[in-house]
Design a binder for this molecule. Sequence first.
Ligand SMILES: [Zn+2]
Length: 226
Amino acid sequence: MEYFDLSPYDYLGFPLPMRAVGWLGRRYGVQGAGGAPMTGAELERLRAASRRLGSVTLGWHDCDFCGASEGNGEYRYYLPGGEIYAAPMMILHYVEEHGYRPPVELRDGLRAAGQPRWDWRAERLCAVLLDQSEDPDFRCQAAVDLANWNDPRALDALRRAAHDEDLVDVAGDEIGRSLAAFVDRGLARDLLAEDLHVMVRYGIDDASSRWRPRASHLAADRLRSV
Ligand SMILES: [Zn+2]
């Protein structure tokens, strides 16, 4: 799948409007490669924002320029101004190996990003997550993306979703990964004692095991600074 940067994203259905970035291919080549390369700080911000993949059912995506093959899924960037950008997992490969330069809207947007404030996007994701008549895949993506908001309303919706028997069968692991983000932020420590579906528990454990090295690294830094 190839998109001209910033065109409306319509690859997979999604409950919110998004714009495409980094969906490179032979037709448009490496977009943005003519300008100055990304700065180190811009690349770091992009890396930091590219942690959690959604829609991992997208399938494998091969690089049209060198044939490299890399995981699947997409990153979604929720910017403070209300825009959402969707990029393939390959975006970092394009930047690092082929001189791809994402559009200034994303580069500048990530500079201003932080925890997004509660807004219509979060409201919509909560509504989708808790609506049993919604498309199960939409509900799963809502579970993934609600972790972007460090807000008790997102936590409450995810906790309710964790007890929705039909939903946990298809999205329990993603609900668990999102809940783990709140445990990590200290907002949901009591959650670990709750009776949770095995898939939710798996997601929590999976996310926590990825964080542990980072946490011990931070602890070591603290010790060194004493
Ligand atoms: Zn490549």
